[in-house]
Ligand binder design. Structure first.
Ligand code: NAI
Ligand SMILES: N[C@@H](CCC(=O)N[C@@H](CSC=O)C(=O)NCC(=O)O)C(=O)O
Ligand code: ZN
Ligand code: ZN
Length: 407
């Protein structure tokens, strides 16, 4: 049945309150307005940032909302004036938009886009400052302009990347956030050179993607720092049937990490441990946790005169970073990165092609697969430390339009 122009009722995971289980609801998804695209989400993964907003620590977190921002799907319908995608196109929703027209996009200096950021920060669509989602008449906020924990979502046209239809959506959904963030932090933000020493704080998906990017850039030492030893030895796929059957072992070293440090094994501050290991400090460090004390350690383990530290992790509302200004006066550089500096609509399709050409990993980051109905289990897995990425399939059991009820 044709759904274009009609309200679609479908299943979505609604977050009503911080830290409370998400509820699978029948959600009404309004048709896309001018400049909008309605997307059927076929696969969506969980990123630590979803858990962060769900925890109530995100100053932009609004409830009730539909979380989710790492996904892939197919365009169901488009609103007036949308020219770059059409129904049937395979797409990745991009929380970082790219309009190609605003001063940010035209600057050549950043991947941040200003066109719709004001609306996405307050959970609505730019056209009418309203949500396209509702449950029994109550509006449900959008999240990061993507809201992918739903069978259908509505996004701005500047927030969808059209990709190769041959790409497996159950894999390339990861290119919506974590993997590009880590790779791009190395390639675009730090611009790591061959022969460099690199320290990575936090070996989740983002940290491991930093390792993968650093290895590809020719870094000679890649030091992984984590408080969870499981991240070093045999990686994830812990108790997974696939591993038991095939003895598959995915270890951080497979992503490029050459040495491991667990701060719990040392009495000295971790920055001193790294300075001692590297004849004065590393050339580049990356904080992939979201902990402001570790952000300081990551800066202070950098080499005097040139060491650069990139903040990737997202810290909670109210948290602030600190260091002695002397650290910067003596040549260390502190930077941050959003989506690894990649311009989303232009470069996500290129990353899909790189994956198809086996130039970047994706499969190795996927440790679990569940259905959307099992989303609360997926949040538990993420918090348990055994999980890198859990890909959810929003099973399309029944999709009907509101108009069908009156037929
Ligand atoms: N800037 C950006 O564009 C993006 C930022 N993020 C942020 O990056 C961070 C990492 O994301 P994921 O890899 O998905 O998270 P994750 O939770 O899978 O990984 C974090 C890792 O840090 C380790 N860790 C925790 N506390 C530690 C400590 N004190 N010292 C050393 N290691 C410690 C954990 O054991 C875990 O292995 C999060 O803060 C997330 O919100 C994620 C995507 C994009
Ligand atoms: N609302 C949050 C913002 C947190 C944040 O910095 N988000 C990252 C992406 S994290 C993805 O998993 C980002 O790209 N920020 C740039 C932006 O424009 O939001 C907060 O206020 O803490
Ligand atoms: Zn993310
Ligand atoms: Zn723009």
């Amino acid at each position: 049945m044709a759904t274009q122009g009609k309200v679609i009722t479908c299943k979505a995971a609604v977050s009503y309150e911080p830290n409370k289980p998400l509820v699978i609801e029948d959600v009404e998804v309004a048709p896309p307005q001018a400049g909008e695209v309605r997307v059927q989400i076929l696969f969506t993964a969980l990123c630590h940032t979803d858990a962060y907003t769900w925890s109530g620590k995100d100053p932009e977190g609004l409830f009730p909302c539909i979380l989710g921002h790492e996904a892939a799907g197919i365009v169901e319908s488009v609103g007036e004036g949308v020219t770059e995608v059409k129904p049937g196109d395979h797409v990745i929703p991009c929380y970082q938009a790219e309009c190609k027209e605003c001063k940010f996009c035209k600057s050549g200096k950043t991947n941040l886009c200003g066109k719709i950021r004001g609306a996405t920060g307050v959970g609505v669509m730019m056209n009418d400052k309203k949500s396209r989602f509702s449950v029994r008449g109550t509006p449900i906020y959008h999240f990061m302009g993507t809201s992918t924990f739903s069978q259908y979502t509505v996004v701005h046209d500047v927030s969808v990347a059209k990709i190769d239809p041959k790409a497996p959506l159950e894999k390339v959904c990861l290119l919506g956030c974590g993997v590009p963030t880590g790779l791009g932090a190395v390639w675009n933000t730090a611009k790591v050179e061959a022969g460099s020493n690199v320290a990575i704080f936090g070996l989740g998906t983002v940290g491991l993607a930093v390792a993968e990017g650093a290895k590809a850039a020719g870094a000679s030492r890649i030091i992984g720092i984590d408080i969870d030893d499981r991240k070093f030895e045999r990686g994830m796929h812990h108790l997974c049937l696939k591993c038991i059957l095939y003895q598959l072992r995915i270890a951080a070293k497979d992503f490029g990490v050459t040495e491991f440090v667990n701060p719990k094994d040392h009495d000295k501050p971790i920055q001193q441990v790294l300075v001692d290991m590297t004849d004065g400090g590393v050339d580049y460090s990356f904080e992939c946790i979201g902990n402001v004390s570790i952000m300081r350690a990551a800066l202070e383990c950098c080499h005097k005169g040139w060491g650069t530290s990139v903040i990737v992790g997202v810290a909670a509302s109210g948290q602030e970073i600190a260091t002695r200004p002397f650290q910067l006066v003596t040549g260390r550089v502190w930077k941050g990165t959003a989506f690894g500096g990649f311009k989303s609509r232009s470069q996500v399709p290129q990353l899909v092609d790189k994956y198809m050409n086996k130039e970047i990993k994706i499969d190795e980051y996927i440790t679990h697969n569940l259905t959307l109905e099992e989303i609360n289990k997926a949040f538990d897995l993420l918090h348990g430390g055994d999980c890198l990425r859990c890909v959810l399939k929003p099973l399309v059991l029944a999709v009907w339009t509101v108009e069908d009820d009156f037929k």
